[in-house]
Design a protein around this ligand. Structure first.
Ligand SMILES: [Fe+2]
Ligand SMILES: [Fe+2]
Length: 189
């Protein structure tokens, strides 16, 4: 069984061909200009917000599938959990304190982007910062996204701070890419 570290690393090598099932849940939304624009914002250390969102979404997808939960809700909630159009490092009081306020901003943006979001998916977004924000997730899928968000954020920060961790990540990613490259139709996203 894949470790959390492997799932995190694998998220950097996803492809529509090798990961068709994953993209069947989030593909349309993943390709929108709004989600792709997340690439422009730094998130944690070297990871941009699209890297972070993709990692959290893939981990939520794998874990909810492993536990036979609502994979669609976990994946879609995770994909849109940080959909805010600003750099949270900016000293701009229109969005500070970011940690407390961005779940509501992201939920509003997510509803505009995908009016078909379910109540469960909206709550996944609204409550993903728990326990920083007071209300805990209202579903098991919500707990999975909240956990995956914290795990991936912590990994993203460690990759910059700890040389050993960065080396382990790069070695594992290179191994994953090598295996995927054995297939001629390989195409990373
Ligand atoms: Fe967040
Ligand atoms: Fe996040």
């Amino acid at each position: 069984m894949e470790s959390l570290f492997d799932i995190f690393t694998r998220s950097y090598a996803l492809s529509p061909e090798k990961d068709a099932e994953f993209f069947s849940y989030v593909g349309y939304l993943y390709c929108t200009d709004e989600v792709q624009s997340m690439r422009a914002y730094p998130q944690h250390s070297d990871a941009n917000r699209l890297d972070h969102i993709r990692a959290v979404t893939y981990m939520s997808y794998v874990l909810s599938k492993r536990l036979s939960l609502d994979v669609k809700a976990a994946s879609r909630g995770a994909l849109l959990h940080d959909l805010v159009y600003y750099d949270w490092h900016d000293a701009d009081f229109s969005h500070r304190p970011h940690g407390f306020r961005h779940p509501a901003f992201a939920a509003d943006n997510a509803k505009r982007l995908e009016p078909g979001l379910t109540k469960k998916e909206i709550r996944i977004i609204l409550r993903h910062m728990w326990p920083l924000t007071p209300l805990p997730p209202s579903s098991r899928e919500g707990f999975i996204v909240t956990f995956s968000d914290k795990y991936c954020a912590s990994m993203e920060m460690q990759l910059t701070k700890k040389e050993k961790m960065k080396a382990r990540f790069e070695a594992r990613l290179s191994e994953i890419n090598k295996n995927l490259n054995n297939s001629p139709e390989k195409k990373n996203v």
